[in-house]
Design a protein around this ligand. Structure first.
Ligand code: SAM
Length: 277
């Protein structure tokens, strides 16, 4: 059973709901999420700019409940790992049935498994994802998902960072949110996405607003000068200094010392043998 969010009603249906909507919705960027916790969606994605864009049909959210594909009276989705060890693993037959449902009408979209083993989510990755038709996102739980179903669906593994969470849902939301910022009309001002951290391969300069003097702390004078050239130079210099100090890895990539600016060395190495976005 799948659900859709947005301008369409949330109701059980045999047919994928997005294909039943108006043409504009049928072509909208779609996140189709397979999860054991469909009720946590849309969560923060349903608020503010992304929530409004969802209501306006600029993107769609489809949810597939892994539990609905569970086996037997108890809808079992997991089993003990072969070879022993702690925890449980999501069964390949259950994940496969859920992914088949989640992929209906999404043949051209990548299948992404949220996983700490994956390629780290970066600005470049979210931009590439946003340029396509959407994504099918598989959220793991427990010890993860049987490897064979990931191979069978050509899943790309994507990580929120070098730490372990209890499930893939927060990572899926982060990936969807960051991708939506690249989709026209989602942000009030599209210049934001072009000027923010990472867009130019740099961290962003500090931001200030009124009052000009707050508790004896004045904003940098150049920002009050009205000299647009000087403001642009100050912002650029500050962004470069912050990036050098805080993220030497980004700075090396920015200055070309790492080769491909969009790829970490680890990503480049892994792309040889793994599906990539
Ligand atoms: C407890 S974790 C499994 C960790 C796995 N046994 C390992 O050591 O790599 C359960 C699920 O949370 C999700 N998850 C955990 N950390 C993540 C991260 N950093 N990025 C993306 N997804 C994550 C994945 O979907 C994973 O299947």
């Amino acid at each position: 059973m799948s659900r859709s969010h947005g301008r369409l009603s949330i109701a059980a249906s045999g047919a994928p709901r997005d294909l039943m909507g108006p043409r504009r919705l049928a072509r909208a960027w779609t996140a189709s999420v397979a999860t054991l916790l469909p009720d946590v969606f849309p969560g923060p994605l349903g608020a503010s700019l992304t929530g409004r864009a969802l209501q306006e049909g600029l993107w769609q959210l489809r949810l597939t409940d892994l539990r609905a594909h569970g086996l037997g009276r108890h809808r079992q989705v997991d089993d003990a790992p072969f070879g022993g060890g702690p925890g449980l693993v999501i069964r390949p037959d259950v994940a496969d049935a859920a992914l088949r449902e989640a992929r209906e009408g999404m043949q051209d979209a990548p299948v992404i498994y949220l996983s700490p083993r994956g390629e780290p989510i970066t600005h470049a990755l979210t931009k590439r994802l946003a340029a396509g038709p959407g994504a099918v996102l598989l959220c793991g739980r427990f010890e993860g998902v049987d490897e064979r179903v990931l191979e069978a669906h050509g899943a790309v593994e994507v990580s929120l960072g070098d730490f372990v969470m209890t499930g893939g849902e927060l990572a899926a939301m982060a990936l969807i949110d960051a991708s939506l910022r690249h989709i026209g009309g989602v942000l009030g001002n599209q210049r934001s996405v072009e000027e923010e951290s990472f867009a130019q391969g740099l961290l962003e300069h500090p931001q200030y607003t009124r009052p000009a003097d707050w508790k004896g702390r004045a904003v940098p004078e150049v920002l009050l000068s009205g000299d647009h050239g000087a403001v642009a130079r100050w912002r650029r210099d500050t962004a470069e200094r912050l990036t050098r100090e805080r993220r030497p890895d980004l700075w090396r990539a920015h200055t070309g010392a790492d080769g491909d600016e969009d790829q970490s060395p680890r990503q480049a190495k892994e792309q040889g043998d793994k599906p990539a976005l």
